[in-house]
Design a protein around this ligand. Structure first.
Ligand code: IVH
Length: 674
């Protein structure tokens, strides 16, 4: 590969950028479509021939930059995502979990509403008295951008609904997308239809949105002042009646076998459909059961997205790199000759771990098959042994951390009684450079402090410049120096300063999550923060004995307790927490008190409950403002007894004068029965 061809490639990219600018920003093309296409083809050919790649390449993305200047509004009801399933086994588990949660007969057959998972951009449309008032993008799920004017340009979205059954106020939710045929007309400008829809929706000027033929399909609701329908399938009929478009592929189905059959049938005709879909969503059809099943941290228990199998391609491994992750995991990554998989240029593919390399006997120089499914990181599926060069060598996994040189170890998992497949750096947290950088990225990420403008690349740059080493350094940045860096200016430095200041106020669960403690994800951080109540109780965990109390939380087990103990044993971690507590305003989590009959009360269950699982009982208590504990003490408010209660607990409760209720009393108080 000569440097002159690289130079030529870069020049062509520059030229393409110029053409794009005139076309999109100035709306005055300076070359014909034919000339434009010729340049694009030349760039793609150079990439193919020499393995060049560039973020500005048309194979990665082109089109125009979306605006950042939309006003943000809170969704009245959060916009959650969906858990994924990839095969029949995942679906069986999904169903089993729900049967257990609802304490149903093990052969119970749910009725599901099966709906195509449209690969677009979700939007929430707020109607009051039949009039479209505001349309929001999903945003981070809690807060979306006001894209009303752009949404109004979509003909599938009714501006007024005059049906007598239409609720006084309702958020109609669905997907904005572009049909495959329409996409063909603007194919040269975007990597895929989803990007096109997204770029178009986030234009500041609705006239530009109108240039791209967007469609809308409705499938659910957020807030609503009333709900007459008892099933999701009936609600879909309501949507039709109210003049919203719904998918012609929606269907009610019973039994996992039939779900799999439906999935298979749709997958076969997937590429003949009018729009891109990347799986099927199954929702428990009965709204009453949906309500009982409720939500986990980021997704409902009552729905799952069954993804289609991925796209794949064949390419060559140029090198193997080791990436050190936030928790010290050493992940081997294959650097491959760039290849286009389903509209996205792929130049890295994960090899997962050491065992995987050995099992598949993957070597540098090998020709491999790579798979990419939706937003999941591409991975190597198999090696074509026939094409292997005779002098290829086996890859030796490093026994030292490539970042800090510490010994690498494979842990023994006392629960699974197996040695972990993942090799880890034995250095604790901030002691290893790569781990620190990953921890910083996690700290500022969307679900943690959510500092806009402090993306992964900026963190790396600030690290190299020695601006930041520990999370608290983020709050001591010198914006004057930053404003003088290449690519920065007064305004961008000021914007960063503002978003850092904005991030200082946060809820305890976000704070706990942001620390990146191993095994403490969003869900566990929430459970712990609700249990502890405030920051000062959290910091008390450094007195190791308090950590054991957390095992009272349903969902926190030995693994999490050990991890927390290790975290609080590390002095540098304690230092980080203490410095952060001086700059941050860490607020209590508002525990939702729906109805609040158990508000501020603690409850404990003993014995088997009839027709209701412990998990559901816990969720009922929590939805009524109460908290479950697992020890009888004089602080306990109610001991609820089921069948065959532990007599020792009942006696203790009696001695301590704790109120004892049976299941019938409990259900009456919770208004589950009259
Ligand atoms: S229901 C609480 N139904 O998938 C569940 N979502 O990963 C709310 N999507 O953000 C979603 N088709 O953009 C639902 N028929 C469908 C869908 C669908 C596509 C998207 C939606 C959502 C994402 C979840």
């Amino acid at each position: 590969m000569s440097s002159s061809s690289l130079k030529g490639y870069k020049n062509k990219l520059k030229l393409l950028e110029k053409y794009n600018k005139f076309y999109y920003q100035n709306q005055k093309p300076i070359v014909s479509d034919k000339q434009f296409d010729k340049l694009k083809t030349e760039i793609l050919e150079l990439e193919k021939k020499h393995g060049f790649s560039d973020t500005k390449s048309p194979s990665v993305k082109i089109g125009y930059k979306p605006s950042k200047k939309f006003q943000k509004f809170k969704h009245k009801v959060k916009m959650l995502s969906l858990s994924n399933a990839f095969n029949q086994e995942d679906l069986i588990n999904f169903q089993k979990k729900n049967i257990n949660f609802l304490a149903l007969d093990k052969n119970y057959e749910f009725e599901y509403s099966a709906e195509p998972k449209i690969d677009g951009i979700s939007a929430s449309l707020n109607y009051k008295k039949g009039k479209l008032i505001r349309g929001l993008s999903r945003g981070d799920g809690e807060e979306g951008e006001d894209i009303t004017e752009n949404l109004k340009t979509i003909r599938d979205i009714p501006l007024n609904v005059s049906h007598p059954d239409f609720p006084e106020e309702i958020d109609i939710r669905g997907e904005v997308f572009i049909e495959t045929n329409d996409f063909k007309k603007i194919e040269k400008d975007f990597a895929n239809p989803r990007n096109a829809a997204s770029g178009s929706l986030r234009q500041k000027d609705p006239k530009k949105t109108k240039l791209i033929p967007l469609k809308f399909i409705a499938y659910t609701f957020g807030f609503t002042s009333e709900m007459k329908s008892k099933k999701q399938s009936d609600f879909i009929k309501d949507l039709d009646k109210w003049n919203f478009k719904t998918s012609e592929l929606n269907k009610t189905i019973k039994g996992v076998d039939n779900l799999v059959k439906y999935h298979f049938d749709i997958e076969k005709k997937r590429f003949n459909l009018k729009y891109d879909i990347d799986g099927i969503v199954y929702k428990v059809n009965d709204f009453n059961l949906q309500k009982r099943l409720g939500f986990m941290a980021t997704a409902p228990r009552w729905a799952v997205a069954h993804k289609f199998s991925a796209n794949y391609s064949v390419t060559k491994i140029i090198d193997i790199d080791i990436q050190v992750g936030r928790t010290g995991a050493l992940t081997p990554v294959a650097k491959v000759k760039p290849v286009n998989i389903g509209g996205v240029m792929v130049s890295n593919a994960t090899l997962h771990n050491e065992d995987e390399i050995i099992r598949k006997d993957i070597r540098i120089g090998d020709t491999v098959k790579i798979e990419r499914a939706g937003d999941v990181i591409p991975h190597v599926i198999s090696v074509d042994q026939k094409l292997r060069s005779p002098d290829s060598k086996k890859y030796i996994f490093p026994d030292k951390c490539p970042s800090c040189g510490s010994k690498t170890i494979k842990e023994y998992n006392s629960i699974t009684k197996k040695v972990d497949a993942v090799r880890r750096c034995s250095n604790d947290g901030f002691g290893c450079e790569k781990i620190s950088i990953e921890k910083l990225k996690h700290f500022v990420s969307k679900d943690a402090l959510n500092i806009e403008g402090l993306g992964k690349k900026v963190i790396e740059k600030f690290w190299d410049l020695k601006f930041i080493k520990l999370p608290n350094d983020i709050f001591n940045l010198n914006f004057e120096i930053i404003s003088k860096l290449e690519g920065w200016g007064y305004q961008s430095a000021q914007n960063l300063k503002n978003s850092i200041n904005k991030s200082k106020k946060l809820k305890l669960d976000k704070f706990i999550y942001s620390l990146g403690i191993r095994h403490i994800g969003q869900e566990n951080a929430k459970l712990i923060s609700e249990f502890l109540g405030n920051y000062s109780n959290f910091v008390k965990l450094k007195e190791q004995k308090n950590i054991e109390d957390l095992s009272n939380i349903d969902g926190i087990g030995e693994t999490q307790i050990t991890s927390l103990k290790n975290f609080f044993k590390n002095n540098l971690n304690l230092q980080v927490i203490s410095s952060l507590s001086k700059v941050l305003i860490i607020e209590k989590n508002n525990i939702k008190k729906k109805g609040g009959v158990f508000s501020n009360k603690t409850l404990m269950f003993t014995g088997k409950l009839d027709n209701i699982s412990r998990a559901e009982a816990k969720s009922i208590v929590e939805n009524n403002g109460g908290k479950i504990v697992s020890n009888v003490s004089k602080k306990l408010d109610y001991l609820i007894t089921g069948e065959k209660p532990t007599l020792r607990k009942v006696k203790m409760a009696n001695d301590l004068k704790v109120k004892i209720l049976n299941q019938i009393d409990f259900e009456k108080i919770s208004k589950l029965r009259q």
